[in-house]
Design a protein around this ligand. Structure first.
Ligand SMILES: [Zn+2]
Length: 345
């Protein structure tokens, strides 16, 4: 990625974060009966310039936060519901609510690839190690897991948990991968494996004249997907930061509090949480669409590539140096690390 694009990519979540903080500050002023336009009027040219410049390092930090959480399974933002849910339902029942299993995008692309009639030779050649995922492997994870929304009869939201139709391993009776340690391990293993295979396919295509465009197209789509993800992180972080700041400096360690202050804090905090939730959902559904689109496009392009005569017959492999082998093997530490860091990238 060239540095201009990288700077732009990092500055977007950073600027969203700063703008959200300003918007949330206006909400606090509204709830305490002050004029919210004071905030905009109070911003001079120096502050504005400093804000734009601060957007890049802030965005960089937000990206790290986003990638840190980009794992096969992790903890949901509903973590705060953990204790009430545990008291009500017990740990086993409550766990799926506060931890989540990320959708296996690698398996999605592989499954689509086989559905469209992608040639198995390409997968075998790009992924040198055994096991090589076949049609069944890619289909299985979808057969095994089904997404369930957190609240019954609501439209799909970001609060999804995966349920199991059949066990991921022998002798398991768990209904959600999140409740069983072995299921979580199995799922994470598959998640990383499927993703590494997709990256190997893209690397393989990217190293050849006919397939180079596939990788570039994929990278552009992936940038949008992750920019939306980081924007979502920026909104949530700004809301948590704004509420946390008020709580710390105005309620806990501020001047003596009376009931009016507490009411203002609760009203303002709820408004900010609602505002952030609405924006989060809009960005989330845009991201879901970007992901579906990218899955179909990548699978279709790889499928086309796999049927090119040279690729199908393996004649394109007779290149000196073995660069293609390295790119596809997933065994080189650098390549493997890059892939797992960008797992789902
Ligand atoms: Zn299990």
């Amino acid at each position: 990625m060239d540095s201009a694009r990288q700077a732009l990519r990092w500055s977007i979540p950073g600027l969203i974060f700063v703008l959200e903080l300003v918007a949330f500050a206006a909400v606090w002023r509204l709830t305490s009966g002050d004029d919210p336009t004071d905030i905009i009027d109070g911003i001079g040219p120096t502050t504005a310039l400093a804000t734009i410049l601060a957007g890049i390092p802030l965005g960089f930090l937000l990206y790290q936060l986003y990638y840190r959480n980009y794992r096969p399974y992790g903890r949901s933002v509903l973590l705060f519901l953990r204790y009430p849910l545990e008291i009500r339902h017990g740990l086993r029942q409550a766990r799926p609510y506060w931890s989540f299993v990320r959708r296996d995008r690698g398996a999605d692309i592989l499954r689509r690839y086989y559905q469209l009639g992608g040639h198995p030779n390409l997968v075998r050649r790009a992924w040198h190690e055994d096991p090589v995922p076949d049609r069944e492997d890619a289909a299985r994870i979808r057969d095994v897991t089904a997404a369930r929304t957190l609240f019954p009869n609501t439209r799909p939201s970001s609060f999804k948990v995966l349920t199991l139709d059949e066990p991921l391993h022998a002798g398991c009776s768990a209904e959600e991968p999140a409740v069983c340690q072995k299921c979580r391990y199995e799922y994470a293993k598959r998640f990383r494996w499927n993703w590494a295979v997709i990256m190997a396919l893209l690397d393989y295509a990217g190293n050849r004249p006919d397939g180079a465009a596939i990788k570039l197209e994929y990278a552009a789509g992936s940038d949008i997907y992750h920019a939306l993800g980081a924007a979502r992180t920026a909104i949530a972080t700004a809301a948590i930061g704004s509420i946390g700041y008020r709580l710390t400096f105005h309620i806990l360690f501020g001047p003596p509090v009376h009931v009016g202050h507490l009411v203002q804090f609760v009203v303002g905090g709820s408004l900010i949480a609602l505002l952030a939730y609405a924006q989060y959902q809009v960005i989330h559904s845009a991201r879901e669409q970007a992901s579906t689109n990218l899955t179909i496009r990548t699978a279709a392009a790889l499928c086309w590539f796999s049927h090119l005569a040279a690729v199908r017959n393996g004649r394109d492999l007779s290149r000196p140096g073995g660069a293609a082998k390295r790119a596809g093997s997933g065994n080189g530490n650098g390549a493997a690390d890059r892939r797992s860091q960008r797992a789902g990238g």
